[in-house]
Design a protein around this ligand. Structure first.
Ligand SMILES: C[S@@+](CC[C@H](N)C(=O)[O-])C[C@H]1O[C@@H](n2cnc3c(N)ncnc32)[C@H](O)[C@@H]1O
Length: 252
């Protein structure tokens, strides 16, 4: 629910301007490689948060609009826009499932690290399809663990952040994209060595709860344990975390 999302992200907005996953150049290059922005593009980055993905696109497109449902996240994006002297980025308050834009408006659509918050994936994809011009592409990156690990991570995710709805597998994504009318051009999964403590800190999780949830990951069994392969390095928990990288085409 957007209200749930807002109440979770508003107090921690600044953390997302400096989180390693969200703001590092390596992770942002990954978005650029998938999205392939072009100089004349009008781009839309939804659930933009503090604007990391939109800022990565800005030097390579004509104009980028970042949309988010949490005002405080956009306040951070506006502050950074001014500090960095960026002239081709605009920020719009709105919901991914009800975009305030006309049909066939954008040359490029992106979303990263957010669809697991959306309650209606079909409505979100149908809006993405509607506002994208024909013969253009959209890039989607979201957490996407393999099935066994997802069961363990789901418990951790919803207790860490109750606005987490569900992470989809690549196969589940494919069904939604087909229903929306998109053709998948690239559908890949990649694994990261995840910094558990930073992940908890981003959402300002109470240390006692963070300790309990670390136990859930380290207590995984069988296939889930093999997939997550948690380990302590200098006392810090690291484990596997996955994202899907999907590039989808709207046929002309
Ligand atoms: C982890 S942050 C996004 C990170 C950002 N995309 C990036 O690449 O750095 C998740 C964002 O999704 C936004 N969000 C969640 N549900 C939304 C919805 N239905 N419509 C618009 N934004 C939404 C939240 O407000 C939050 O800012």
């Amino acid at each position: 629910m957007p209200d749930d999302v807002r109440s979770r992200f508003a107090p921690v907005a600044v953390n997302y301007t400096r989180s390693t996953f969200h703001a590092s150049s390596e992770r942002l290059q990954e978005v650029l490689d998938l999205a392939r922005p072009k100089p004349g593009d009008l781009a839309l980055d939804v659930a933009t948060g503090t604007g990391n993905t939109a800022f990565a696109l800005a030097p390579y497109v004509r104009r980028v609009i970042g949309l988010d449902v949490t005002r405080e996240m956009l306040d951070q994006a506006r502050r950074l826009t001014a500090e960095r002297g960026i002239k081709n980025a605009d920020w719009v308050l709105g919901d991914v499932a009800e975009l305030p834009f006309a049909d066939d408006t954008f040359d490029l659509y992106t979303v990263r690290a957010a669809p697991h918050h959306f309650t209606d994936i079909d409505a979100f994809l149908s809006e993405a399809f509607r506002v994208l011009k024909p013969d253009r592409d959209a890039a989607f990156i979201d957490c996407s663990p393999p099935a066994a690990a997802r069961e363990v991570l789901h418990e951790v995710e919803v207790r860490r952040d109750p606005s987490h709805v569900r992470a989809l597998t690549l196969e589940e994504w494919a069904e939604h994209f087909e229903r929306a009318g998109f053709e998948i051009e690239v559908g890949a999964l990649r694994e990261l060595d995840w910094d558990y403590d930073e992940w908890m800190r981003n959402m300002a999780v109470d240390p006692a709860l963070a300790g309990e949830l670390a136990g859930v990951i380290e207590g995984a069994q069988g296939e889930a344990l093999a997939q997550l392969h948690p380990e302590r390095r200098e006392g810090r928990l690291r484990h596997a975390y996955w994202h899907c990288l999907i590039r989808a085409h709207k046929n002309g």
